[in-house]
Write a protein that binds this ligand. Sequence first.
Ligand code: SME
Length: 158
Amino acid sequence: MAEDLNIISSTDKKDQYESILPQIEALISGENDLIANLANISAALKEQFNWFWVGFYLVKENELVLGPFQGPVACTRIQKGRGVCGTSWAKSEVLIVPDVELFPGHIACSSASRSEIVLPVYHGKEIIGVLDVDSEYLSHFNNVDEFYLKKIVSLIHA
Ligand code: SME
């Protein structure tokens, strides 16, 4: 496996995802360890997009526990139905939050985070965690992020 990523400088989201997606696929295809793969996915996304925070929370004993991530330190445990992450898990839905201050119960791990997207990560039909991406800009995420991040989380094999 080549360990160097090709990071493109385009500011077009679609171009950035099209470039990083096959590289993530290659990075994780030969590895079965979940944590190793989640760590590399977080690192690859952080390098390409330089988002404020990107990482995973994993379902453990009916709560979400902080997993591999890139960015500032974050809250370690989130209850089901709490915050954006716990709500995405409880509803089994992708959540795009354009302004976190307007999301009831949003958990502010950092006051610098302004918008957020959270996607459930599945193993079969079971949710094993969530992918959480935070931006310091309002309305940073849209259906393009949802489309490609869904593809990325579908590559994850537990
Ligand atoms: N804001 C999230 C908590 C996780 S951190 O942003 C990394 C939430 O409301 O679930």
